[in-house]
Design a protein around this ligand. Structure first.
Ligand code: ADP
Length: 487
């Protein structure tokens, strides 16, 4: 099959969070299984251009009708991790995608609405008519209505539309005029996609209604969003369309995230040579000026936003130190208040030889943290899938996680729960409270000191688990094929 992914992120060239990892990981796995995959992205100025091969312009002056006028764009192609990608270069207004960052601009709605239209227009103009158009999150949600209301009617009627929600917290809420700007009459917006003020509509709801199939990134989150407030207002719609909605657990790119030959590490290891992991622990301590003592390192690698349980992370820092562990954090926040709070904690602990907080997004450093730490803490208030627990386990770093969303689908407590012994891989807690964190983190630190054999078993169980994309990509293929069998 031919699948075209439309996305605002793609690892390793344009990454903010898990969406980037999923888009490239799923694409690579689909390609390995014999399918043709392309990814279309905006051409940002802030991409990792050294990771794009054979970058060249393949279409000059692509006209796109926007706000009643034709605007010209160039389209480039390049190869990322073996996948042929296309990049929409907004030539008429270079500033559109050249902001030095991917999100967080006051006109994000317009930027990604325009991108969705330009990507569709490009496919239409050059006769790329895939079997599947697979769009992701609010940023490319308008692709579905554009395809059905414009391009389908122009004859592009082969593609089936699959839409994956990576996080229901960001939906894209805008005035209906955004659709008029794109040349789709706003009168077409279904009533159920409008907010209380009827001139305001919801990108994500529109994508859900128009999609042939909707997925989210774990089975447990798929249940939660239908049954609880985690659906963030989409519960009703997801229940109504439950016949075309399910959760498929994310994988990780097990080639990229591989302690055996990770290009960012100088000391490699695998499940049969776990002791070599500790060379990375030394390297991490050296990097972060931590003292070299017989202690576990607890780590957090995260966007610092409310969803991730920022208060619980802060509590985790002080609690770990009080239990004789070391703590490292690699995190960045788009929220100035949260950044300030963590800056204060850093200031407070500045002279502590057992703690280091590193702010910013740093891919290379994240690999060293995964490889060097013993425990990874993920106290999320909600978590669609979560990748850091999977990456942690791949690197022999035991997760301490709150049982929510995809964390509950992937982390199995050493003593509580019904998982068979060989599957148990971490420590879990239910309540998003300080005692909740202490209940799980306390046991993990205790076992590291007092029950090293048991702790090592967890390390090995995690490292032996198969979190590769293969099985999940097969599930997507099943959906793709099912949609075509219905035609
Ligand atoms: P989310 O998508 O909500 O941010 P996930 O757990 O699904 O959370 O994915 C997070 C991804 O982003 C992982 O690959 C993680 O390693 C990476 N990441 C998060 N924060 C940082 C950071 N500060 N530096 C480098 N990588 C980070």
């Amino acid at each position: 099959m031919h699948i075209v992914m439309l996305s605002s992120e793609c690892s390793p060239i344009a990454k903010v969070g898990g969406l980037a990892d999923v888009v490239i990981g799923l694409s690579k796995s689909l390609q390995e299984q014999g399918h043709q995959v392309n990814i279309i992205l905006p051409k940002y100025d802030c991409m990792q251009y050294d990771q794009i091969f054979d970058l060249q312009t393949v279409y000059y002056d692509l006209p796109v009708m926007y706000r009643g006028e034709w605007h010209v764009n160039d389209v480039m192609s390049g190869v990322v991790e073996g996948i042929k990608c296309y990049f929409i270069d907004a030539k008429w207004y270079k500033h559109f995608f050249n902001r030095g960052k991917i999100y967080g601009e006051s006109d994000d709605i317009d930027r990604f609405a325009f991108f969705s239209k330009a990507a569709m227009e490009f496919m239409f103009k050059v006769n790329i008519e895939p079997d599947i158009i697979h769009s992701h999150d609010w940023t490319t949600a308008l692709v579905n209505i554009l395809q059905r209301e414009i391009y389908y009617k122009e004859g592009m009627n082969k593609p089936r539309l699959v839409y994956t929600v990576h996080n229901f917290a960001h939906q894209g809420i805008a005035h209906e005029s955004v659709l008029d700007d794109l040349g789709v009459g706003s009168y077409l917006i279904p009533q159920e996609c409008r907010e209380n003020d009827h001139s305001i509509f919801n990108f994500m709801k529109t994508a859900v209604v128009y999609a042939d199939y909707i997925t989210t990134v774990s089975p447990n989150y798929a249940n939660e969003v239908q049954l609880t407030e985690k659906g963030m207002g989409l519960q009703y719609l997801l229940n109504k369309y439950h016949h075309k909605f399910s959760g498929i657990i994310n994988g990780i790119d097990s080639e990229y995230w591989n302690p055996k030959d990770d290009k960012y590490l100088s000391d490699h290891y695998d499940v049969d040579s776990v002791d070599k992991k500790y060379k990375n622990k030394e390297a991490l301590r050296e990097k972060f000026w931590l003292r070299n003592e017989y202690k576990p390192i607890v780590a957090v690698v995260s966007r610092l936003v409310q969803q991730k349980g920022v208060d619980l992370i802060k509590h985790g820092i002080f609690y770990s130190l009080s239990q004789g562990a070391q703590f490292v954090l690699l995190g960045s926040s788009p929220n100035p208040q949260i950044s300030q709070e963590f800056a204060e904690v850093k200031e407070l602990l500045n002279d502590n030889p057992d703690c280091h907080l590193e702010f910013g997004f740093n891919e290379a450093l994240s690999h060293l943290v995964y490889a060097g730490a013993d425990i990874i803490l993920i106290p999320s208030l909600f978590e669609p899938c979560g990748l850091t627990q999977l990456i942690g386990m791949r690197y022999g770093t035991v997760p301490v996680a709150r049982l929510t969303g995809g964390l509950a689908d992937t982390v199995y407590d050493v003593e509580y729960g019904r998982a068979p012994e060989a599957k148990r891989n971490g420590y879990t807690f239910i309540d998003a409270t300080k005692p909740g964190v202490e209940f799980a983190l306390g046991r993990a630190i205790h076992d590291w000191f007092e029950e090293p054999k048991q702790f090592r078993k967890l390390i090995k169980n995690g490292m032996k688990s198969d979190f590769s994309w293969e099985a999940s990509a097969k599930k997507y293929v099943k959906i793709y094929k099912y949609l075509h069998s219905q035609m």
